[in-house]
Ligand binder design. Structure first.
Ligand code: FMN
Length: 189
């Protein structure tokens, strides 16, 4: 059961963008993150919900898609995400929240999968401009990750890492997206 959820929780970058995600749904996803482990139980993470169309449109140019697919410029038209969750650190509580960031992000993505949603954790983002866009105090908050969310509109398949050892994701001519994962025997030492 959990393995099925983990398998389904792939990175998706094209969506049925006309399918809205309610504020209540976004709040329910953050509520999952609220309950997860936290270093020193400091709970320094804060979350900004971005679900309104105009806000999504302003945020979109500040995130960067699929560095290994430079010929693809990211989702277009109505294939863009329907919502985003910004993961912020309140640095007045804790400065380095990297591990908490990952736990919160994956928990939210697992929760999204359970609801038939999916998305992309994004670290290639314009942090300063995102803080400015949402009038967030840059002396207090850092933007850790952006989670782009929507109803996935693409097929993503896991494959084994090939003989060339490359872990770069790739797509075929039908735009099926392949993600090489290392075999279990190669990661247990
Ligand atoms: C911390 C982190 C940051 C990421 N940043 C980006 C990003 O900025 N843009 C993007 O398109 N994908 C980003 N990704 C998605 C990864 O490319 C993706 O997880 C990887 O290709 C493996 O695919 P999978 O999530 O389906 O296993 C990020 C993933 C993580 C964990």
């Amino acid at each position: 059961m959990l393995k099925e959820l983990v398998l389904k929780t792939r990175t998706y970058r094209r969506f049925y963008g006309t399918e809205q995600i309610s504020d209540e749904t976004l709040r329910s996803l953050v509520d999952l993150a609220r309950l997860t482990a936290s270093s020193k139980n400091a709970q320094a993470l804060r979350f900004k919900l971005v679900g309104k169309k105009d806000e999504c449109a302003k945020l979109f140019p500040l995130v960067h898609w699929a560095g290994f697919l430079p010929e693809w410029g990211g989702p277009k038209g109505d294939e863009k995400p329907s919502a985003y969750i910004l993961i912020l650190a309140d640095t007045s509580i804790q400065k380095d929240t990297k591990i908490d960031d990952g736990i919160a992000a994956q928990t939210i993505m697992l929760g999204a999968t359970e609801l038939g949603l999916g998305g992309c954790m994004m670290g290639a983002i314009e942090r300063k401009q995102i803080l400015e866009l949402f009038s967030l105090d840059e002396s207090r908050y850092t933007v850790e990750l952006v989670l782009a969310l929507g109803k996935p509109k693409e097929i993503v398949k896991i494959v084994s890492v090939g003989n060339d050892g490359s872990t770069k994701y790739f797509r075929d001519e039908s735009q099926t997206h392949f993600v090489p994962k290392r075999d279990l025997k190669d990661i247990i030492i």
